[in-house]
Design a protein around this ligand. Structure first.
Ligand code: BYC
Length: 314
């Protein structure tokens, strides 16, 4: 049971900016919230390999293929750091994975949209990785040490992901009329889903207050979304891309860009499993998991025998 004195001590450590490590005492609710959020983040990285992985064989040049391969492999690595970090909280990796494959655990809504042309790959790098950097730079200061350190490393790789996307998009936006049309069309389709990645408005976010009290999140969903919009307006303008929002307007009073209403009905429908690609994504991940069962069995058996041999030798 969490006693009031332990809770007070814990809150004091958080308020002093201390990092919580796996063997430290923590409220059960803090542990549960971290497992929920960190495993959801891990699943997102793994499912997030699918929309871009779909284009590796059709990349327009050897250079683009190598860059995309490296990026997709990085996303797998992010998933692995995050699963390992979640295991420090006593969670079982198999249970976590099976909870999103066959249960109710979530992954980011953004990966339930299709990648229709190569311009989508440019835009995922620029917008989706760009949004992830804003979110994860904040999470790199999270109060839970293993999560903060995982995010620090992830952000370094994400910044390469964003740059390669922005560079490709700038080239397309400066290319033939057909390339310009493809670039703009991809931005038009990905803009609103990217804004949804930050989660519901603060007033509709049941977890934010608690996560902020414990410094798991240090900024709210709306604060991060606004920061992202402010940056993207400048970056879009620099390469001659328009953002598909007639209500985007600089607000002299706040010093930020105001933007239009986010289609929240679409967001909740995607989160509940009814997005354009939810079923396809789950089918692909379940098949990969089931086809890989023999590899996991062989690895476990190898580890068991190695331990036995080492035990006999010592
Ligand atoms: N999608 O109370 P709220 C990447 C859920 S991958 C789906 O605000 P919280 C990349 C939320 O879970 C990196 N569900 O929640 C990979 C909650 O439901 P539950 C992706 C969402 O936790 C490959 C409910 O709505 N990044 O970069 O305070 C290629 C209420 O929300 C979403 C992460 O995973 C959503 N977008 O804040 C390219 C970041 N938003 O769980 C790139 C880590 C909300 O209570 N996660 N929900 O049933 C976070 O930062 C936070 O968990 C969120 C939500 C901001 C997402």
């Amino acid at each position: 049971m969490d006693t009031q004195q332990q809770l007070d001590e814990f809150q004091k450590r958080i308020d002093n900016g201390e990092t919580i490590e796996p063997k430290d005492w923590m409220p059960e609710r803090y542990r549960k919230q971290l497992i929920r959020m960190m495993s959801q983040h891990a699943h997102s990285e793994i499912v997030g390999m699918l929309p871009e992985g779909n284009w590796i064989t059709r990349a327009p040049s050897l250079k683009r293929k190598m860059v995309l391969l490296a990026k997709v492999q990085d996303e797998a690595g992010h998933g692995l750091y995050l699963y390992s970090a979640t295991e420090t909280l006593g969670a079982e990796r198999r249970e976590l994975v099976e909870d999103y494959l066959y249960g109710n655990a979530k992954y980011s809504s953004i990966f339930n949209y299709p990648t229709l042309t190569y311009a989508d790959i440019c835009v995922i790098g620029w917008l989706v990785d760009g949004a992830a950097i804003v979110n994860q730079t904040m999470l790199a200061k999270s109060s839970y040490g293993p999560y903060a350190r995982a995010n620090l490393r992830i952000c370094k790789e994400e910044s390469f992901h964003k740059k390669q996307g922005y560079e490709m998009l700038a080239k397309m936006a400066d290319g033939t009329p057909e390339q310009q049309r493809m670039a703009q069309d991809a931005v038009n389709r990905w803009w609103w889903p990217t804004l949804m990645m930050f989660g519901p408005h603060d007033s509709d976010s049941p977890n934010s207050a608690e996560l902020i009290k414990w410094a798991v999140k240090t900024k709210t969903n709306d604060e991060l979304r606004q920061h992202f919009v402010d940056r993207m307006v400048m970056e879009a303008e620099a390469i001659g891309i328009s953002l598909p929002d007639p209500n985007l307007k600089y607000n002299e009073e706040t010093g930020h860009w105001d933007f239009g209403d986010i289609p929240w009905d679409e967001f909740w429908s995607v989160v509940k499993g009814d997005g354009p690609m939810n079923r396809e994504r789950m089918r692909a991940r379940r098949k990969a998991y089931e086809d890989g069962e023999w590899v996991r069995e062989a690895a476990m058996e190898y580890a068991r025998k190695k331990k036995l041999r080492e035990g006999k030798a010592s």
